[in-house]
Design a protein around this ligand. Structure first.
Ligand code: SF4
Ligand code: SF4
Length: 350
């Protein structure tokens, strides 16, 4: 199972997607529970992936060190904005399996939303982490400034990211003209990106674009029972106050509370009601539990995003027959297409 462990509610940046730190009353800036309670829970899980989360997790490096020194886990990782990487000593980085670094694509797009100079720092730090043997994942937030094809191809061309993943800046932000952008820019860009992915596949190379790989893997291996991020059934988030939540950003929402480190219950039926009759449910799992619950853009906004999700899924799934052919011909190995998003803490569906 995936354990997203919040180290602090504090953040050192104020990106315009989320605005920075959580208030201390909502997510304390230091850890308020006994670490042994975390240890008991995590060590009971033989398959534990622990990913440090925040706020900005590197704002509390001492806790990361304490956890890595005292708790046994199968896999370690971090979701970071990639700026304060030097606050964690190198020996701990060397123990990390994966680092997800926030970067939105080209320099001007990243710096516009995250702050001047951020792009250069993140690329430099990604290169440093990669040199230490940490797997690096570019974690993009995608909004109307993005040309998805250009941003993803740019990040892949840098050679410092092993995988690329993105999330759409929809529903949890202010309503914007998503539909115009989606049909004129985003979906055509996804088609081009899929062409590139397939061209490389024909050469026997799997380009690690998570929103493609996660859907293809669900087709061939394990279908999604609920949201692909695992929220509430394959993944839990431990807030700094010791509450156990289904989703790490739902720190104020009662529906997300599964219990505490003393005792909590996973969701028995993780697939959202809205998705039970959807033909794509096994490849999508409901996209995002948070946005299904919160629906900041109303029913209409939800439907608009959902239509775009279905179009993207169609683009990916339309290539399954060709992929089967490449497996039959021995161009690629089926096993190499296996992808478990809970090992990386990616959400698969943008
Ligand atoms: S495509 Fe939409 S309706 Fe279907 S499973 Fe995903 S979120 Fe649910
Ligand atoms: S995809 Fe949605 S439900 Fe899953 S972790 Fe992200 S915000 Fe939470």
């Amino acid at each position: 199972m995936l354990w997203l462990v919040l180290t602090t509610g504090k953040c050192n940046l104020t990106c315009d997607y989320c605005g920075g730190s959580f208030p201390k009353e909502t997510v304390p800036w230091g850890v308020k529970y006994d670490i042994n309670k975390l240890k008991v829970n995590i060590e009971r899980d033989p398959n534990a992936t622990v990913i440090f989360y925040g706020g900005e997790p590197l704002m509390n490096p001492k806790f990361i060190i304490q956890v890595m020194d005292t708790i046994r886990a199968k896999r370690w990782g971090i979701q970071t904005n990639g700026v304060a990487v030097r606050l964690l000593p190198e020996i701990y980085w060397k123990k990390m399996d994966v680092a997800l670094l926030s970067i939105d694509g080209r320099e001007e797009v990243t710096d516009k939303h995250r702050g001047k100079g951020i792009y250069k720092v993140v690329v430099k730090n990604a290169s440093y982490l990669k040199s230490l043997g940490v797997e690096t994942i570019a974690r993009m937030a995608v909004t109307q400034d993005a040309d998805i094809y250009e941003e993803v191809m740019h990040l892949l061309s840098l050679g410092v990211f092993d995988k690329v993943h993105w999330q759409l800046n929809v529903i949890w932000s202010e309503r914007w003209d998503f539909e115009n952008w989606a049909y004129s820019s985003y979906l055509p860009g996804i088609k081009r990106l899929m062409e590139y992915f397939m061209a490389e596949l024909r050469k026997g190379r799997i380009v690690k674009i998570v929103p493609f790989l996660g859907v293809i893997s669900a087709y061939f291996f394990k279908k999604y029972r609920g949201v692909a991020c695992g929220a509430g059934y394959d993944s839990v988030s431990v807030s700094t106050d010791g509450r156990v939540l289904s989703c790490p950003i739902a720190v104020r929402e009662k529906w997300a509370e599964l219990g505490s480190l003393e005792s909590f219950r996973l969701l028995e039926e993780p697939l959202p009601e809205e998705c039970k009759v959807c033909e794509y449910k096994e490849y999508c799992g409901g996209r995002c539990l948070y946005t299904i619950h919160e629906k900041y853009w109303g029913e209409e906004g939800f439907k608009v995003v959902d239509e775009v999700t279905k179009e993207y899924l169609k683009i990916v799934l339309s290539r399954i027959d060709e992929i089967k052919g490449l497996i039959r011909e021995g161009v690629i190995n089926l096993e190499d297409l296996r992808y478990d998003p809970t090992e990386d803490s990616t959400e698969v569906i943008p």
